[in-house]
Design a protein around this ligand. Structure first.
Ligand code: SF4
Ligand code: SF4
Ligand code: FES
Length: 277
């Protein structure tokens, strides 16, 4: 094949180095497109040919590690999981995930997300501490119980949902879909007893009540997780918990029969005569 026959794809890349650049700017580079090329492959080619200092984060190249989330043609996606041919254009615009500070170029600072994730205790919490420290038996779980949380456990913590969430964009206090979804993943696990502890962390204004259920988080998730659903389930659980607590605090009063004349005390109506309506 001659050079002229090689199909080209143009990458528009948003670049920014805090402390060096005054503001983010865009660079354009054309690279040869090869069959099966992903956006991540394209970035490597770009680095090799014309942008050696370009920075991004990636590792597994197979949609598992969650590190290559970026904004690709306006939508949060995994670069390794996005075929350029599927974008339907020969122009690829790549920018860092919105709603995060930028470390450099396409590298977002995910630390706030992971700090909230950690605060919400994304692990099994149990009362039987001695058994947990030195287990003698497996924590048995039925396939039906597994189904309750299985899809939430597919989360790879890529942050794409956080980048798509309009509430995260406007309220820096909001915990966001990934940490909340993962808290609910453990709340829903039949082996876990940590709901009360996680509930305490959520008692401020950062919790699920800030979610407007717009659903963008679930739309963009590359692993088919539905964090918007997890958050609504969490709301339901918090309301049920509140109602249970109120019931314990204010038990329902014993209902007395209405006071009034006893049936035998009510005078009988006079008998009707012929012609009365
Ligand atoms: S829920 Fe989906 S989009 Fe959000 S962090 Fe997990 S895998 Fe990524
Ligand atoms: S459903 Fe809730 S968490 Fe998901 S994008 Fe909308 S506001 Fe954000
Ligand atoms: S490189 Fe691991 S998910 Fe993309």
């Amino acid at each position: 094949m001659t050079d002229a026959a090689v199909k080209q794809v143009t990458f528009h890349v948003r670049r920014f180095e805090p402390g060096v650049d005054r503001a983010p700017h865009w660079e354009s580079h054309a690279i040869p497109l090869t069959p099966g090329m992903t956006v991540l492959d394209g970035l490597w080619k770009l680095k090799e040919l014309s942008a050696p200092s370009l920075a991004w984060r990636s590792s597994c190249r197979m949609g598992i590690c969650g590190s290559c989330g970026m904004l690709i043609n306006g939508r949060p996606r995994l670069a390794c999981n996005t075929q350029i041919s599927e974008l339907g254009t020969d122009v690829v615009a790549v920018a860092p995930l919105p709603n995060f500070a930028i470390i450099k170029d396409l590298v977002p600072d995910l630390r706030p997300m992971f700090e909230t994730h950690r605060e919400l205790m994304p692990y099994l919490i149990r009362d039987d501490v001695a058994e947990q420290d030195d287990p003698t038996l497996e924590y048995w779980q039925s396939p039906h119980e597994l189904e309750h949380y299985l899809q939430f456990s597919y989360c790879i913590k890529c942050g794409c949902c956080m980048a798509a969430c309009p509430t995260v964009a406007t309220d820096p206090q909001y915990a966001g879909p990934m940490p909340l979804g993962q808290a609910q993943r453990y709340n829903t696990d039949s082996r876990d007893g940590g709901f009360a502890e996680r509930k305490e962390v959520l008692s401020g204004g950062s919790g699920p009540w800030r979610c407007h259920f717009a659903g963008e988080c679930s739309q963009v998730c590359p692993k088919g997780v539905d964090p918007a659903k997890a958050i609504q389930l969490m709301k339901r659980e918090l309301v049920s918990d509140l109602l249970r607590m109120r019931k314990r605090r204010d038990p329902a009063p014993v209902v007395q029969p209405p006071k009034g004349p006893r049936r035998e005390e009510i005078p009988a109506a006079p008998p009707r005569t012929a012609g009365e309506a």
